[in-house]
Ligand binder design. Structure first.
Ligand SMILES: Nc1ncnc2c1ncn2[C@@H]1O[C@H](COP(=O)(O)OP(=O)(O)O)[C@@H](O)[C@H]1O
Ligand SMILES: [Mg+2]
Length: 242
């Protein structure tokens, strides 16, 4: 479904990603891990059109999306959440999700239908519906993360890019997030997830790609990654159970 081909991204003298290639099959959950500064967020931003890559190409559903702007990438069926939550603070919870429903994947949608879609997605992610009309500036970070996820889902993506959705969650919230990610996949959406909580990644991923200093150093099943010498020395620090 998605093919990332020798993608590099430089910021001035900094090489954030270097010659990274991998692909994602439809229906899978692929985990993207690596130390802080490894280039994970940059790669998601390059795929979603926030940044143009310095070189390389990105093919989605047979279409070259390398040079497309974020709104065009979204129209083709890729949605993303941001590591640092982005929202429209003055709008209400439901209005924030409506933005996704109206400007997303579907062609010309009526306001009634958009509202139904927004409500459906808020319910799906488990948002307390009695707070539907709260301005989001009054919400907690956890609630904001949910709103952001509902907004991404309301665009009706085929591929969802998640950047550290469970960071800052307590163990119970983190488990809920794992169930939610699995529920999203069961609804037919392919997922590329960046996460540094290894328990989450090991639990949900079919395949894992490891970045280190902007380069892919390993790729494989959770079991293979947990036993990969290079990954253990440069990232995990010690062997973990998988
Ligand atoms: N907009 C930017 N301008 C300059 N440097 C950036 C920018 N975004 C990321 N970087 C740099 O690129 C590298 C990778 O960052 P990032 O992709 O955020 O890593 P990760 O998400 O894996 O922690 C870091 O050295 C970071 O400082
Ligand atoms: Mg990041």
């Amino acid at each position: 479904m998605l093919s990332i081909q020798e993608v590099s991204k430089h910021f001035g003298g900094i090489t954030a990603i270097k010659d990274v290639s991998f692909s994602i099959e439809q229906g899978k959950i692929v985990g993207l891990v690596g130390p802080n500064g490894a280039g994970k967020s940059t790669l998601l931003n390059v795929i979603s059109g926030v940044y143009l890559p310095s070189s390389g190409s990105i093919i989605f559903d047979g279409l070259d999306i390398t040079d497309l702007s974020p709104d065009k990438v979204c129209k083709h069926g890729i949605a993303k959440t941001f590591q640092l939550v982005q929202s429209f603070p003055e709008l209400t919870a439901i209005q924030n999700v409506l933005v996704g429903a109206v400007f997303g994947n579907s062609d010309k949608i009526g306001m009634l239908e958009a509202r139904e879609k927004a409500e459906k997605n808020l319910e799906f992610i488990g948002y307390p519906m009695n707070k539907m009309n709260y301005p989001v500036k009054n919400l907690t970070v956890v609630e904001l993360k949910r709103i952001q996820l509902a907004r991404a889902l309301a665009t009706e993506p085929k591929l969802l890019l998640l950047d550290e959705v469970t960071t800052g969650l307590n163990p119970k919230e983190s488990n809920d997030a794992i169930s939610l990610i699995q529920k999203i996949r069961e609804s037919g959406i392919t997922i590329l997830i960046v996460e540094h909580v290894m328990k989450v990644i090991m639990n949900v991923s079919d395949n894992i790609v490891v970045l280190h200093h902007g380069e892919k150093i390993a790729e494989g099943t959770p079991y293979e990654i947990a036993n990969d010498e290079k990954v253990i020395t440069s990232y995990l620090g010690k062997k973990i159970d998988a």
